[in-house]
Design a protein. Structure first.
Lengths: 237, 293
């Protein structure tokens, strides 16, 4: 469904991605792992369009993505839940969710999607009238994921959904995502530092290092091969 | 006490118009971080349009012309954004370009009008221009009351637009975090264009509200530009509701100060208050660090 070939991108001439090949199949769940500064976020931003690729190609359902403006890409069903949550802090939880269904393809399904996200993250149900900024870190992350789900994603991209959360709050997020995947057939990319949790909900993983793909493997290969796990996932497993 | 009220009431009335003028400037800054130095000249253009519609044979009452002024300046503002402003939005190194562009636009507007209509002051005097009513001992000018009520009405409509409409919500989202808004599928260029158009139209309507008691010259903008900027900064940069409160406050100070000192120094009081408030609250009355409109 998503085919990335030979992508290079960077910031002000400093390369952050060097010739990345990457693919996500229909309804496939893919983890992106790797150390800080490896280029994971940059790869997601190149897909959603807030970072421009210097060269290479990205196809989504066979259509060229790079020639499309970022907001047009959302219309094709590519939904990015950014690192650091980026919820609209001065707006209510309700309004945040409403903005999630801003895109044309999701507009008419707002009520139905809202029911779904409140089932996935029941904690949000009591918060609908509160400002996003008044929520705890864990609740803000739930809201960020929920807002993405509102957009009826065909490819959901989650950038470090457990970042900065206590283990309990991180578990809540992963449980919510697992509940979502039971009822939805969306494809997904998850960037994570908590490799173990990510691999549990994914079929396949890429390890990025210094802007290059250092390893591509199925989650079974990674979890069962101690040598691979030790080399690429450090002490995490 | 009566004397105080005699100054307070007109202060509130003119303050409402200042609020409307300032809200347009505040909206534009809040959404796209552009300080529009041409804002008061859009007001001037709107005043000439109101005058032309009134005096130029059509005889259209300036208050009834407001919907037409709003629509025309909405379109004009969107066109100016599309032609010029969008190229200088965003990156930090664009700040100089923004200043030069908007000051330049203002100068062009002033001089085009100067060429076309000369610097002779124009007045719009409908039949009720000098009418008014006494409530107790306080005289309330009809045109100033209408101007105030118009400002309140437009403020309410702006509030509804920003809080209840899809586009308004998208504008607020884009002003708070353009990157997150992009991930919602919001077209930032479009929300900026609409916000610029609405911001210009708000100030233009403020101009229409003024024409019945403010004579018009190509340089009338200078009389209001300080008030507009002070109101926006007082309220907290980028906060539209803050700009409103700032505008009303300035109207009151200007007027009430005349109980004690002459009208010539009314703006000294405004600046004294300005410095005091910024000393106590450096981000303005409603300023937050992370802000939305
Ligand atoms: N806005 C930016 N401007 C300049 N350089 C940047 C910017 N964002 C990222 N970089 C650089 O690009 C490289 C890749 O960064 P990126 O954020 O993609 O890494 P990451 O794998 O997501 O790391 P993390 O785990 O810390 O989120 C890093 O060297 C980083 O310093
Ligand atoms: Mg990152």
């Amino acid at each position: 469904m998503l085919e990335i070939a030979d992508i290079c991108a960077g910031y002000g001439g400093v390369p952050a991605l060097r010739s990345i090949d990457f693919a996500v199949g229909q309804q496939e769940h893919v983890a992106i792992l790797g150390p800080n500064g490896a280029g994971k976020t940059t790869l997601l931003k190149t897909i959603s369009g807030t970072v421009e690729a210097d060269s290479g190609s990205i196809l989504f359902d066979g259509q060229d993505l790079l020639s499309q403006a970022p907001h047009r890409r959302v219309e094709t069903g590519i939904v990015h839940v950014p690192q650091g949550r980026m919820i609209f802090a001065s707006m209510t939880v309700s309004d945040n969710l409403r903005l999630g269904s801003h895109r044309r393809g999701a507009r008419d399904r707002h009520d139905e999607r809202r029911e779904l996200v409140l089932e996935i993250f029941p904690a949000l149900a009591d918060m609908l009238g509160r400002d996003g900024g008044a929520l705890s870190g864990g609740q803000q992350q739930m809201l960020a994921v929920a807002r993405g789900v509102m957009a009826c994603p065909r490819l959901l991209m989650l950038d470090e959904p457990s970042m900065g959360l206590a283990p309990r709050a991180a578990d809540d997020i992963f449980e919510g995502i697992a509940r979502l995947l039971k009822s939805e057939t969306t494809a997904m990319i998850v960037v994570e530092q908590r490799a173990h949790e990510a691999l549990e909900i994914c079929d396949r993983a890429y390890v990025l290092e210094s802007g290059e793909v250092a390893l591509e493997a199925t989650n079974r290969e990674l979890l069962n091969d101690e040598r691979l796990a030790a080399a690429y996932l450090g002490s995490e497993l | 006490m009566v004397e105080f009220l005699q100054f307070l009431v007109p202060g509130i009335l003119i303050g409402g118009v200042y609020a409307l003028l300032a809200s347009g400037l505040g909206l534009i800054f809040g959404v796209m971080r552009v300080v529009n130095f041409a804002q008061a000249d859009f007001m001037m253009l709107a005043m000439y349009l109101s005058w032309a519609l009134f005096a130029g044979g059509v005889g259209l009452d300036p208050f009834l012309a407001v919907p037409a002024v709003f629509v025309l300046f909405l379109v004009l503002g969107m066109a100016v954004h599309w032609l010029f402003i969008r190229f200088v939005i965003g990156k930090r190194e664009n700040h100089d370009a923004q200043v030069i562009l908007t000051i330049g636009l203002g100068l062009i507007f002033q001089n085009l009008i100067l060429i076309r209509y000369s610097s002779e002051p124009r007045v719009v005097a409908p039949s009720y221009a000098n009418a008014g009513d006494f409530i107790g001992d306080i005289f309330i000018s009809r045109v100033r009351l209408y101007a105030f009520l118009l400002s309140v009405l437009v403020a309410a409509l702006l509030f509804l637009f920003l809080n209840r409409s899809r586009t308004g919500r998208a504008i607020r989202a884009a002003s708070e975090n353009w990157e997150a808004a992009t991930y919602m599928g919001i077209d930032i260029d479009r929300t900026n264009r609409i916000a610029f158009g609405v911001g210009v139209a708000l100030t233009a309507v403020g101009g229409s509200a003024l024409v019945t008691f403010q004579s018009i010259t190509p340089f009338v903008g200078f009389r209001f530009v300080v008030v507009m900027f002070a109101a926006v900064v007082l309220g907290g940069l980028g906060s539209v509701s803050g700009a409103f409160v700032g505008g009303v406050l300035i109207g009151i100070i200007q007027s009430v100060s005349q109980v004690w000192t002459s009208a010539a120094v009314k703006n000294v009081w405004v600046f004294a208050l300005f410095l005091l408030i910024l000393y106590v609250r450096p981000n303005g009355l409603f300023g937050k660090v992370q802000r939305a409109i």
